[in-house]
Design a binder for this molecule. Structure first.
Ligand code: SF4
Ligand code: SF4
Length: 282
């Protein structure tokens, strides 16, 4: 078995494997306080919209508190099979917090799969650590691979040398995302790509994006309808109607299997995915 291939005992992720969602749960540990990009549809005073519902602000906890929370949750909910970090900011804006949380969990010897979500800007250098820590599941949000579309979706990107804007920012982010997904698949991670669907901006581009993701070996795609937030430059946009999402999932599904049961959980969610709240976009 290659170094980062998932053991069968940890293949029970309720999000990546739809068949597992009625038997296994997940916990999100909100240790990631800040973000290294600015999406046009986000105003960063709540959870990252790529995995989470807007308007629900989670308290950030330390890696030590995260381990404590996980241990208590496992006593109450032994069906939890995966612990993930998905906000409230980006998990690799301050990567030391994410990695320390995973290190503490592994040092404790807890039998649980690990999962992380990111915009992909700053993951690449940390792939060896993720392998060492046996983090098998990674989600990268990729809304486009066209920098022209990217300039409408991303307002700025922070780099070690300063903040960049416009086409330069979009191109850098897209290059990092593609490089990251490619490296993750080469290292046998199970990779999901989330894409926020913004009507009139990237909806027409989704089949092309899915085809490219298939070429990279992506395991699963999750098309997420835009939630237009007050105070953002996309406040006046209409969210895509359910029929449009359904159509896009069908088109993208020709290339990459589609997730249809995402609940857009908050960054401190725990327990089973709530099937009662299942969206009607499937
Ligand atoms: Fe907001 Fe998430 Fe985008 Fe960061 S990556 S700007 S937290 S939606
Ligand atoms: Fe799973 Fe979606 Fe919830 Fe993330 S937001 S834990 S992918 S159901």
């Amino acid at each position: 078995m290659s170094s980062n291939m998932i053991p069968a005992s940890e293949g029970n992720h309720p999000c990546f494997y739809s068949a597992s969602r009625k038997r296994f749960g997940r916990i999100h540990l909100p240790v990631a306080p800040s973000c290294n990009i600015q999406c046009a549809y986000c105003h960063q005073d709540h959870d990252c919209l790529h995995e989470n519902r807007p308007g629900v602000t989670s308290g950030v906890i330390s890696p030590g508190e995260a381990l404590d929370r996980l241990e208590k949750a496992l006593v109450k909910m032994p069906f939890i099979s995966v612990a993930g970090i998905a906000g409230p900011g980006d998990a690799f804006c301050e990567p030391e917090l994410t990695l320390e949380t995973f290190e503490r969990i592994r040092r404790k010897g807890l039998k649980i799969a690990l999962c992380v979500s990111s915009n992909g800007l700053n993951v690449l250098d940390h792939i060896p650590s993720l392998m060492e820590l046996k983090v098998h599941f990674v989600t990268v949000t990729i809304n486009t691979i066209d920098p022209g579309i990217g300039t409408m979706l991303y307002k700025k990107v922070k780099t070690p040398h300063g903040t960049i804007l416009g086409g330069e920012a979009a191109q850098l982010l897209i290059d990092k995302q593609i490089e990251t997904v490619s490296a993750l698949k080469a290292a046998h991670f199970t990779v999901k790509v989330n894409s926020v669907i913004v009507p009139g901006v990237n909806d027409h581009h989704i089949p092309f994006l899915a085809k490219r993701m298939q070429g990279l070996g992506v395991d699963l795609m999750n098309l997420i309808p835009l939630i237009p937030l007050r105070g953002t430059s996309m406040a006046g946009f209409n969210p895509p109607p359910p029929a449009e999402i359904k159509k896009l999932r069908k088109l993208a599904g020709q290339y990459v299997p589609q997730m249809r049961h995402c609940q857009r959980c908050r960054s401190d969610a725990s327990g089973m995915l709530d099937l009662k709240c299942q969206n009607n976009y499937a």
